[in-house]
Write a new protein. Structure first.
Length: 411
């Protein structure tokens, strides 16, 4: 008796920790000829995501597809399938009853180190280059648990009136080796065995320019524009638990930053940034709603949805060196488009739930040695701060907090 394996969905949702994630922005630019080398280290742990309704679910939920009587019947053919269906009906087993429950737990750890080199081309224009480097790992645990109904099914098979001991033994063996069956099916279809995964590599390199076009006493304004190059790897189509290090497409972005200086060394800031990914082509699995494993790979042209980042913050920077801030960040992303006119079912699956949004509250605390350098108290001007972003909610996004350590020197 053959037991088919539940259809899997690709687990590698977009869990990018973007080095360009804006936070505590300001209109400050470097003086002409001054350079700045900063190191940004972002770390996060991810175990869940939000659905299109905003509810939280585990990353491994697509694996938790229980084995039912209908699943067993579907795996048979011809006369054997007819006889099995008749046996189930005669013995009162319903098709949607569960024989084997699946427990799965997946956790992803992502760490990004991003050196950023900036240069003051003029007193109002600063150029910057960011080169993020990813280190990521996923850990997956699965368990297969027979239900009491499965025990009853095996008992009925071996009862004297049926005497199907061989079939019962086959089913029991399938239950005991379900994980091996699953990995065997994955390998037959060109996938890596399901399990832990880890990798390191370059993310998407960012080139940016900040131009301060208004420098008043009550209001300061700057434009931030640039490009993000698709140098980071996308999710491996053959590894269900892999994590992407990049978007897989070049993108251009532009944004507006506003500062309002306040008394007592406080500054109120607002910013908005709009990113537009360009069309790209990558080899993808032509998955559908009903099948994600037994599908072919093909080069697919796609266009990721545009993204908006916006936020506001209150920042405090007295001359004696304290850096502190409290802010809010909003992210929104439009629908992706996949050019799969010859495969409408696959296009629908790839475009499903690709728009999203997320809300964060963020805090910052650190020290600036620029004032001390100007007072000749230290030899090298530097800043060091710690940022924490707390996920508040959203749709179709990972539910992860982010911790960031930032170090910078000026020369």
């Amino acid at each position: 008796m053959k037991t088919s394996i539940p259809t899997l969905s690709i687990l590698s949702s977009a869990v990018l920790v973007s080095s360009g994630l804006m936070a505590f922005e300001n209109t400050k630019v470097l003086p002409k000829g001054i350079r700045n080398l900063s190191l940004k280290n972002v770390a996060t742990t991810i175990s869940s995501k939000t659905t299109s309704s905003g509810e939280s679910e585990l990353l491994a939920k697509p694996l938790e597809k229980a084995l039912t009587f209908d699943t067993i019947v579907k795996g048979e053919k011809g006369l054997k399938k007819t006889l099995l269906r008749g046996f189930l009906d005669a013995e009162g087993f319903k098709g949607d009853e569960i024989l084997l429950g699946v427990n799965a737990e997946m956790k992803a750890n992502v760490n990004v180190v991003a050196p950023v080199l900036s240069y003051g081309l003029s007193d109002n224009l600063t150029l910057a280059l960011a080169v993020p480097y990813y280190s990521a790992a996923t850990r997956l645990k699965t368990g297969f648990i027979p239900t009491p109904r499965a025990d009853e099914f095996l008992t009925r098979l071996t009862s004297p009136e049926h005497n199907l001991t061989a079939s019962a033994k086959e089913v029991a063996d399938k239950f005991n080796h379900m994980e091996g069956e699953l990995n065997a099916k994955l390998e037959r279809n060109g996938y890596q065995p399901l399990g832990d995964w880890q990798a390191k590599g370059l993310g998407d390199v960012v080139l940016a320019a900040k131009y301060r076009f208004y420098d008043g006493t009550a209001l300061k304004a700057a434009n931030l524009s640039g490009v993000s190059l698709a140098t980071g790897r996308i999710a491996d189509p053959d590894a269900l638990t892999s994590i992407p290090f990049g978007k897989g497409a070049h993108q251009v972005f532009t944004g507006l930053i506003l500062d309002q200086p306040l008394p007592l060394n406080f500054t109120c800031n607002q910013f908005a940034k709009y990113s537009h990914p360009l069309t790209a082509t990558h080899e993808l699995r032509l998955k559908t709603e009903n099948e994600a494993l037994e599908v072919e790979k093909a080069p697919v042209k796609f266009a990721l949805g545009d993204q908006l980042e916006a936020g506001t913050s209150l920042q405090f920077e007295p001359s004696w060196g304290l850096i502190a801030g409290l802010g809010y960040l909003y992210q929104a992303k439009g629908n992706d488009r996949y050019y799969l006119d010859d495969h409408p079912e696959s296009r629908a699956k790839w475009e499903e739930n690709t728009s999203g949004r997320a809300h964060y509250v963020e805090t910052k605390f650190g020290y600036s040695g620029i004032g001390a350098y100007q007072r000749h108290e230290i030899m090298v001007p530097f800043t060091a701060d710690l940022e924490y972003k707390k996920f508040l909610g959203g749709i179709n996004t990972t539910t992860n907090d982010l911790l960031s350590l930032n170090l910078a020197i000026f020369f």
